[in-house]
Design a protein around this ligand. Structure first.
Ligand code: SF4
Length: 483
C-alpha cells in the first residue's frame, strides 16, 4: 500500500529547497503526499534555529503529533534541519516519541533512515560534526550538500525554482547560529549549477533564484581560475529559455564591482539586491561582529545606486540587540530613512545558544522596548516603502505572474471548502478572472485582475496605485502577454 508523508517547513529558502528535495527523494521510492498529519505514515518537521520562536513552533507541533503517535506507534516522526543539528539528543529528551533527528548535512540519508525505522531499527540521530570537533576539512566533509535531481511537480510553481550555490557560512556574526548548524561555507562546482539550471529550464522553469547564506561570497577555485557569482550570472544569462535570475542573500562586504556590473548589464538578472545591514550604528555592528562599518555600507549602497539607479535594495534589521541604546536604535531608523530600502525584514533580537552573543553579551533590552522599537522601525520602513512604490504609479511594468493574490488565495480556499468534491472544468477554471499577483524585475509585487491561465506568463501591467507592500495594476492588453 502507498505510504504517505507530511512535511512542515519553517525558516528560509534553504529549508524550502531542502524540503522539496527530501519529498522528491521519498516520492521516487513510492511515497505520496498526505493531506494532513493524521493521514500520514511519516511526519517531518524541517526546522529553523535562527529565532527561539521558530523552535517553539516545532516543539508545539511535536506536542500535537504525540497524540497521533500514541494511537499509531508505527507513524515515523522526524525532525530535520537546523534544530536537529543544534539540539541533537535534546530533541529526544524533550520529545522521546521522535524517531529521526537529521541535520541539514545528512538529508541525503533520510529515505534510508526511514526504511531503517520502519524495519524496527529504533530511533536514529544523524548529524554532522560540531564546528570545533575537527579540522575545517573534516567538519566540511561531514556536511554533505544535498542536490539530487529535481522533481518538477514538487516545486510550489513549475516556472520558478531555487538553485543552491553553496552551503554553510564562515562569517560568524555574533548573533547567528547558521555557521554552527549549517557548517563551513562550501561552494558547488559551477558546472553542477549550470547543469541543474539547464535541466530546470528544459522542464519549464522561467525564473531561477540562486540561494546561499552569503550568495555573493561564492568562490570556486579550479586550477588557476576562480569562478565568482558574477561569472555564474554570465553563464546563466546565456541559457536559452531562462527569463529571470535572482540571488539571495548578499553580504555587504562582498558586493564587488564585478557583481554590480553583472546585475547592471545582464538582461535576465533582476535589479533586486537583498543586502542585510542589520543595524545603523557602528558600535552595534562591532558588537554583532558584522565586519563592516556604516560608512562602508553607505559606500556599497552608493555604488549600487550609481550603477543601477532603480535597483531595489532590501535589508534585514535586528532591534533590541545586546546593549542597544536609544541613540543606537535611532541610528538604525535614520539609516532606513536615508537609504529608503524597498523593504526590510525586521526582527527582535533572540539570543541563540552556541553563538558568541549568547555566551558573552547579556540580552539586556527589555521585551517591551524591543517590541516598541520593532514597531517604530516597521513604521519608518513602511513610509520608505510607500514612497518608493509611489514612483511606479503610471508606469508599465514587465511582470512574472506568480499566482493568485493572497486575498484571492483565501477566497479560493473558502470556496474549496464550500464545494469540496465539485470541480470546475479545467478550461473554465483557467478563464475565470481572479486577482493575480506577479513580480516586477525589481521585486515589486503587483496585483491585478486577470484570467488564471496567465499564471506563469510574463506580461505588461499598468500600475495605477501604490501601497507600502504592493502595487495595484491593470492589464493594458492581453496581446502583450508572452507565451
Ligand atoms: S553572514 Fe552572518 S547573519 Fe548571515 S548567515 Fe552568516 S553568520 Fe549568519
Amino acid at each position: 500500500m502507498t505510504k504517505r508523508l507530511w512535511i512542515e517547513t519553517v525558516g528560509c529558502q534553504m529549508n524550502v529547497l531542502d524540503s522539496e528535495l527530501v519529498v522528491a527523494a521519498l516520492r521516487r521510492r513510492g511515497w505520496e503526499p498526505a493531506g494532513s498529519p493524521a493521514e500520514a505514515d511519516a511526519v517531518f518537521y524541517n526546522t529553523c534555529s535562527v529565532r527561539q520562536h521558530a523552535e517553539d513552533k516545532v516543539y508545539s507541533a511535536l506536542g500535537r503529533v504525540r497524540l497521533e503517535k500514541a494511537k499509531r506507534p508505527e507513524l515515523v516522526v522526524g525532525v530535520l534541519g537546523c534544530m536537529a543539528q543544534k539540539d541533537q539528543d535534546l530533541i529526544r529528551t524533550r520529545a522521546p516519541w521522535v524517531d529521526l533527528v537529521v541535520g541539514p548535512g545528512q538529508l541525503h540519508r533520510v529515505p534510508a533512515l526511514v526504511d531503517d525505522v520502519l524495519a524496527g531499527s529504533g530511533p536514529r540521530i544523524e548529524v554532522s560534526l560540531d564546528r570545533t570537533a575537527g579540522s575545517r576539512d573534516a567538519v566540511a566533509r561531514s556536511f554533505e550538500s544535498y542536490d539530487p535531481d529535481r522533481d518538477p511537480t514538487m516545486r510550489p510553481t513549475p516556472f520558478q525554482a531555487f538553485v543552491r550555490t553553496q552551503t554553510g557560512c564562515d562569517k560568524f556574526c555574533a548573533f547567528c547560529v547558521v555557521p554552527k548548524v549549517r557548517g563551513p561555507e562550501q561552494a558547488r562546482p559551477p558546472e553542477a549549477i549550470f547543469a541543474e539550471a539547464s535541466k530546470l529550464v528544459a522542464e519549464g522553469c522561467r525564473e531561477i533564484t540562486l540561494i546561499g547564506q552569503t550568495v555573493n561570497s561564492y568562490s570556486w577555485k579550479d586550477g588557476g581560475r576562480t569562478t565568482r557569482l558574477s561569472d555564474l550570472l554570465v553563464g546563466l544569462d546565456a541559457i536559452d529559455g531562462l527569463d529571470r535570475i535572482r540571488f539571495v542573500t548578499n553580504y555587504p562586504r562582498d558586493m564587488t564591482d564585478d557583481l554590480v556590473q553583472a546585475v547592471r548589464d545582464l538582461p535576465k538578472v533582476c535589479h533586486y539586491l537583498h543586502v542585510p545591514a542589520q543595524h545603523g550604528s557602528d558600535a552595534v555592528l562591532k558588537r554583532m561582529k558584522r565586519g563592516y562599518t556604516i560608512g562602508e555600507y553607505l559606500e556599497m549602497h552608493a555604488r549600487v545606486r550609481e550603477a543601477i539607479p532603480h535597483a531595489a535594495v532590501t535589508s534585514d534589521f535586528i532591534v533590541g540587540y545586546c546593549g542597544e541604546t536609544d541613540e543606537e536604535f535611532a541610528a538604525t531608523v535614520e539609516l532606513v530613512r536615508r537609504l529608503q530600502f524597498k523593504n526590510s525584514f525586521i526582527f527582535k533580537y533572540s539570543p541563540r545558544p552556541g553563538t558568541k552573543a549568547f555566551e558573552r553579551l547579556p540580552d539586556d533590552v527589555p521585551e517591551a522596548v524591543k517590541r516598541e522599537r520593532n514597531r517604530v522601525l516597521l513604521e519608518a520602513q513602511a513610509e520608505a516603502s510607500l514612497a518608493g512604490n509611489a514612483g511606479f504609479v503610471a508606469t508599465r511594468q514587465r511582470v512574472l505572474v506568480e499566482g493568485l493574490s493572497p486575498r484571492e488565495e483565501k477566497a479560493a480556499s473558502r470556496e474549496e471548502n464550500a464545494v469540496a468534491g465539485v470541480e470546475a472544468a479545467p478550461d473554465r477554471q483557467a478563464d475565470r478572472v481572479r486577482q493575480l499577483a506577479g513580480r516586477t524585475m525589481c521585486d515589486r509585487i503587483v496585483v491585478f485582475d486577470g484570467p488564471e491561465r496567465l499564471i506563469g506568463r510574463i506580461l505588461d501591467v499598468d500600475v495605477i496605485a501604490a501601497g507600502s507592500w504592493t502595487l495595484s495594476g491593470v492589464l493594458p492588453n492581453l496581446d502583450h502577454a508572452e507565451p
